[in-house]
Design a protein around this ligand. Structure first.
Ligand code: KG4
Ligand code: ZN
Length: 339
């Protein structure tokens, strides 16, 4: 069988990224230009600044991706690009770039759903992983429990009713003065704290066994901090971080394994930025072992935003015959499975 090469582009949030991926699973290059340092100054991603930075960086990032892969543009079989969900101005930079390259070179264009990219990151390092499997998607904007039925075919069985898991991490981090991006900072600080120090709530959504809700937990943390402040008591930030994290991880693990059991699925995967959280990985490892499930997750570099995962997702779309025209637009609220 002939090899298939995808040039992939990702610009949905604060990373400008390009990659070359062979046959959906082999990463030949994975270039990421991060804007985190810039946005840290403002305590979060500033959409206008993100778009401007993408415009500055994208040509160079694509050039580097091709040269690191030791390949020429004309050897590519398709251009894969994230067209949603994400920040509209940021997405438009990648989409416009991909369309321009496709128009000039005649190479077909394949639009990719960002979250489906996160799921597909698991294919890169786990050649044995194939659908069907259960995937817990935990990113800055999404918390979903999905069954990947076939490549590119998803059944959503659980979702958050309010905050995404990563969003809760970022808000709590801000409240305890850790700054942006909050997830990795809480992960680190929690290692010095006691996860049982404070009994934060583990919310169930009535009648929805696989759904999540994190806004009550976030409020409980804020109330705890305000209460201590009013009493003039010193807060042990490491205990707050560890106890908050334990509450998040408990519900994520419990609901995922409940779904695995009910649906009779043995292969469980994690995806998205929060999938690199050490407590989530440890909790899920332990839970899966007990339940007799196999656990898969990408290396941290493939968990946070990158273009290699977009290349992996684009490959399976390309193989199915999906092609987008030059009318492809950014869709900031694109739904999973929407084409
Ligand atoms: O998937 P991602 O890179 O971007 C989105 O598509 O949203 O996820 C970013 C999110 C942020 O909320 C960040 O705080 C969180 O992932 N995150 C973590 C960790 N690393 C990143 N959350 C908890 N622990 C981590 N180690
Ligand atoms: Zn993402």
């Amino acid at each position: 069988m002939e090899d298939t090469y995808i040039l992939a582009i990702e610009s949905s949030c604060d990373e400008t990224a390009a990659a070359v991926v062979k046959n959906g699973r082999t990463v030949l290059s994975n270039v990421i230009s991060s804007q985190i340092a810039l946005h840290t100054l403002y305590g979060g991603v500033v959409p206008e600044i993100a778009s401007r930075k993408h415009i500055e960086k994208i040509n160079q990032v694509i050039k580097e991706a091709l040269s690191e892969a030791n390949m020429e543009l004309n050897q590519m079989d398709a251009i894969g690009v994230t067209y949603g969900p994400g920040l509209v101005g940021a997405l438009l930079v990648g989409v416009a770039e991909a369309k321009a390259i496709s128009y000039a070179s005649g190479i077909p264009l394949v639009g990719v759903h960002h979250i489906e990219g996160h799921v597909s990151a698991n294919y890169i390092e786990h050649p044995e992983l194939e659908p069907p499997f259960l995937c817990l998607i935990v990113s800055g904007g999404h918390t979903h429990l999905v069954i990947v039925k076939e490549y590119g075919v998803y059944e959503i069985i659980g979702r958050t009713h309010d905050d995404a898991a990563g969003e809760a991490y970022d808000k709590v981090a801000r409240a305890i003065g850790l700054g942006y991006p909050g997830g990795p900072k809480i992960d680190k600080l929690a290692k010095e704290g006691n996860p049982q120090a404070i009994a934060f709530p583990r919310a169930h959504v009535e009648g929805c066994p696989y759904d999540f809700s994190f806004s009550g937990l976030k409020s409980a943390v804020l109330n705890y901090l305000h209460h201590a402040e009013q009493l003039g008591e010193e807060v042990n930030r490491a205990d707050v971080a560890a106890s908050f994290q334990a509450a998040v991880v408990d519900v994520l693990v419990e609901r995922t394994l409940h779904a695995a059991k009910e649906y009779g699925i043995k292969n469980v995967a994690l995806a998205g930025g929060v999938a690199s959280n050490s407590a989530l990985r440890a909790g899920m490892e332990a839970g899966c072992k007990k339940a007799g499930c196999n656990l898969f997750y990408p290396s941290p570099i493939f968990c946070t935003d990158n273009a290699a995962m977009i290349g992996a997702a684009a490959y399976y779309e390309y193989k199915k015959g999906v092609r987008h025209g030059l009318d492809l637009n950014a869709v900031p609220n694109l739904k999973i499975g929407q084409r």
